[in-house]
Structures are given as C-alpha cells and as structure tokens.
Ligand binder design. Structure first.
Ligand code: ZN
Length: 129
C-alpha cells in the first residue's frame, strides 16, 4: 500500500506539466525530505516551500507579482534575485555557501542533490527572510 502510494505520487509528479521550478529541485517524492519538512516551523516551511517553488519573497518574484519594481538582488546588486541566484550563485554569499554547502557556486542540478536543511541554513545566513 505504501509503495503503491509513492509510485502513484511519482507518476503524477512526472506527468504534470506545471511546477517547472519545483521540478528542478524535487525530481521525485522523497519520504526523508518530506518528514524533515513536516517537522519545520510554519515560518521555515513557508520559506522552504517558497524556495522550492520559486514563489519566495525574492525580488524577481515580487516584481512579477507587482509588489516591488526592482528585481535585482540587494546583496550583490548584479543579478535578478531568484532562488537559484540566492542559493547557488550570489557572490555576496560565496563564503557562507562554501561553509554551509561546501561549494562556491551551484546549479539547480547540484542543489537538487542536497538535503533541505543546509539550503534553509544558507537562506537564514543570507538574512533575506
Ligand atoms: Zn546576489
């Protein structure tokens, strides 16, 4: 029964045409990460869900939502502030990224292999939330 449910979820996830960014981070259902997420505080879960889906309170999303009118990252001032930029590319976070994630720069494929705990840790270190 349990395995059947996981397989069903996996099929639904693979076949949905939506959730473009979330699919970059979550390739298939992961019970270990799901259990981790369900134990988070409401605030941390909101931040994590925003990062994974691209609906975080980051400047590009807020600009697209017409809440802000400047999509630039306030930390480095050189690129649009997106989840990938914040977690993988922002030069202002290069030291924290190396310390927390073990690498200076990361792409989606690299970030998708990491546990969500260090991603949240880096997000908190950025002081953007
Ligand atoms: Zn930046």
């Amino acid at each position: 029964m349990h395995l059947w449910a996981v397989n069903e979820q996996s099929c639904l996830w693979q076949n949905t045409a939506k959730s473009r960014q979330a699919k970059q981070f979550v390739k298939q259902p992961n019970i270990r990460l799901t259990k981790y997420a369900l134990k988070l505080s409401r605030k941390d879960l909101r931040v994590l869900a925003g990062l994974l889906t691209g609906h975080a309170d980051l400047n590009l999303h807020l600009t697209l939502m017409q809440v802000r009118n400047d999509e630039v990252c306030p930390l480095c001032l050189v690129a649009e502030e997106t989840t990938l930029h914040l977690l993988g590319k922002c030069c202002a976070l290069i030291n924290q990224r190396l310390e927390i994630l073990g690498c200076h720069y990361l792409e989606y494929e690299d970030l998708a292999l990491l546990h969500w705990r260090p991603l949240l840790r880096l997000t908190k270190a950025s002081k953007r939330f």
